[in-house]
Design a protein around this ligand. Structure first.
Ligand code: ACM
Length: 282
């Protein structure tokens, strides 16, 4: 009886709400974007909530000077402090993208905060297009945060095209991958993220933005379609391509622990790592 109760409690503990928030940040208007995020967050259920890449500043920078002006330190910067407060109000873990300044360098980062505490940052490893001019590539590796026993990995936008990013997070134990994004390649990433979910048997939350930015001689049309995908590649929630949106789904994160795709096949135990490495010598 006691054993059954403990089992029951531990199963209960694995249930959590996963949410994305999708909107169109206004370039350079940090206060307005924070207000929008706070307004939309009211509609998300408590749990793990993901906001887009660079949600507080917008994406299409025109100069390093703009980057410098809009960058903030992690932890004590205004955006991180607001996120910490929001995470306390929502009793939630929040992952959200911002421009981080640290010792004269700028990073395309995501803050992870939980229930009133700042947990850390992930700095985007794979920079897209002109980001290479504005930001330094991430130097903190891929990070999995353990919050209340839930293992949350973080990657940002263009990291999607490098399967190593999601794979590394999953091998490090991530059960859910938070994926703040500003996607412009028409629906490609959203489809590929289905594969990232099933090949690693993890939940993925892609929080993309919508809207159009024309700045610096370029026009970016952001593709929306934020989504939450299960370890068996079921799309549990999906937004449209044009409008702001919030979605929450209740999941059992325990289902991302078992890596059994069918019957006798455990996709992590059956990786032939030595053979993969030996293949290079052939
Ligand atoms: C991107 O990495 N923001 C496309």
């Amino acid at each position: 009886m006691f054993y059954v109760m403990i089992m029951h409690l531990s199963l209960l503990r694995r249930r959590i709400n996963l949410s994305f928030i999708q909107f169109a940040p206004a370039f350079g208007q940090v206060e307005r974007n924070l207000d929008t995020a706070l307004r939309l967050a009211r509609r998300a259920k408590s749990g793990i909530i993901v906001l887009p890449e660079l949600f507080n500043t917008g994406y299409a920078f025109r100069s390093k000077e703009e980057v410098r002006r809009l960058a903030e330190p992690a932890r004590d910067g205004g955006t991180c402090r607001t996120l910490v407060t929001l995470s306390k109000m929502k009793s939630s873990t929040i992952v959200a993208g911002f421009v981080e300044s640290d010792r004269g360098s700028f990073y395309n980062s995501a803050a992870i905060v939980s229930k009133g505490k700042f947990l850390g940052v992930y700095r985007k490893l794979h920079l897209f297009h002109k980001e290479k001019t504005w930001f330094s590539p991430g130097n903190l590796g891929l990070r999995v945060f353990d919050q209340d026993g839930f293992k949350i990995g973080v990657m940002i936008c263009f990291d999607w095209i490098f399967p190593e990013a999601a794979r590394t997070l999953a091998l490090k134990g991530a059960e859910v991958i938070a994926h703040p994004a500003n996607l412009i390649l028409d629906g490609l990433s959203q489809t590929v993220m289905w594969a990232r979910s099933i090949e690693n048997m993890v939940f993925t939350i892609t929080a993309n933005r919508v809207g159009v930015e024309t700045r610096g001689g370029e026009t970016f049309r952001y593709t929306g379609r934020s989504q939450i995908v299960s370890p068996k590649m079921k799309v549990l929630a999906r937004a449209g391509t044009m409008r702001e949106a919030v979605a929450s789904v209740s999941v059992d994160l325990g289902s991302a622990r078992k890596k059994v795709i069918f019957g006798e096949n455990n996709i992590f135990e059956e990786r032939r790592v030595k053979e993969y490495h030996r293949s290079f010598g052939r």
